[in-house]
Each structure stands twice: as C-alpha cells, then as structure tokens.
Design a protein around this ligand. Structure first.
Ligand SMILES: [Zn+2]
Length: 209
C-alpha cells in the first residue's frame, strides 16, 4: 500500500528477476493490494482484467479518501499515491509464458469486488487475494456511496468455486495448502453460517451485515 511499499516490492522483483522482463498484476483494485503500482509504471508491464481497470477508475479515488481516514500512519503511506492504469487489459482469461513457468490470469466476479482476479501458476499455486480468507468470515466491502458492488451470490457460485475446490480440500500429494495456518475458508464451506448471518441482517440499523 502506497508508493514507498510499491518501490520496495519493485526493488525485490528486480533483485530476483535480474535481466528478465517484469510483469505486475494484482488480485483486485483495493488500496492495500494495488495502490503502490505507480512504482512499476514503465518498469514492468502492468496487466489487469478489464473489470479491474473499471473498478480502479470508478472507485479508486473514493477508496483513497476512505483509507486515508483510517489512521495517520495509513494516510502517510497513501500521501503521494497516483492511480495508474494497466498497460494491458484482458477479458475472461489470459496466459503469460514466463519461460519455464506459465501464469494463468482469470477474471472472477463480481464477488469480493466488481471484478476480481485469480492467478494460477503452473496449475498448482493459486493466488486468490481476498476471495479466500483463513479463519475469519469473508471480507465483504460494502461502503456506500463509494462501493456497493460486493456480490455474495457470485462469490459462492460460479467459476471461482469450481476452480477453488481442489484447493479447499488439499491432499498432500497434489495440492498446496493456501495458508500456513492450514486450510482455506471459502465461505461456501461455511454451510449453515451463511443463512444464519443473512437472517440477522434485518436486525442491524443499516439492514445489512
Ligand atoms: Zn480486498
């Protein structure tokens, strides 16, 4: 989050990559995931799906203001943020051959955001951003008027669910565990908790949870 952190990540990427070309992608547009991307502009090829770019353009400034209000420390990190567009956009999915490693980018959603993205490396290492959480409820960012795009139905169903299934029940031989604390908590696996939480929503002042 913020240009200082973005520059640090770029420095580490350059150290690891040597002379090789750099790509930057993020799982979704939220500030703590992508608001340091400006450090990569011109230094890497930035790739998002079209919906991610639309989310960033439409809601980026609102989120910047919201996050700056969280604490002075967060505000300081976000002080010089410039929201930058990707260099390449795709729809559906894209594959990048990194030379010996293949990276699949696939759009998912609307779910956690208007357009999320999963990143699958060599068919076995999955980055799902905030679509998967460990030992907490899913993070549902409903922040009117800045953002009302979170879609629980889209989150539970759809392609992401199919793709994530092998990762929610990892077998030692074939699937990595997505967290060092053990197992994922895709919210479809929470069973009765989802209707229970939905049933409590009318009791809240705002009518949602
Ligand atoms: Zn998020």
């Amino acid at each position: 989050m913020g240009p200082r952190n973005g520059a640090h990540v770029l420095e580490q990427a350059r150290r690891l990559a040597g002379d090789r070309r750099l790509y930057l992608t993020i799982t979704h547009f939220h500030p703590e995931h992508g608001f340091g991307a400006q450090a990569f502009k011109g230094a890497a090829t930035i790739v998002y799906n079209r919906g991610q770019r639309a989310d960033l353009r439409r809601k980026g400034a609102g989120y910047l203001g919201m996050f700056k209000g969280q604490s002075p420390a967060v505000a300081a990190e976000l002080e010089d943020v410039e929201l930058v567009d990707p260099d390449l956009v795709y729809e559906g999915e894209a594959e990048i051959d990194l030379g010996g490693r293949t990276v699949l980018l696939r759009e998912v959603g609307p779910a956690h955001t208007g357009s999320d993205q999963i990143v699958l490396i060599d068919g076995r290492v999955l980055f799902a951003g905030d679509l998967l959480e460990t030992r907490i409820f899913p993070i549902a960012p409903y922040f009117p008027p800045h953002d009302t795009d979170v879609d629980g139905e889209g989150w539970i169903g759809g392609e992401f669910d199919k793709l994530s299934k092998p990762y929610t029940d990892p077998s030692p031989a074939s699937s990595p565990t997505p967290s060092s604390t053990g197992g994922s908590t895709h919210w479809a696996d929470r069973g009765p908790l989802v209707p229970w939480v939905s049933g409590r929503a009318p009791e809240t002042p705002s009518g949602y949870l």
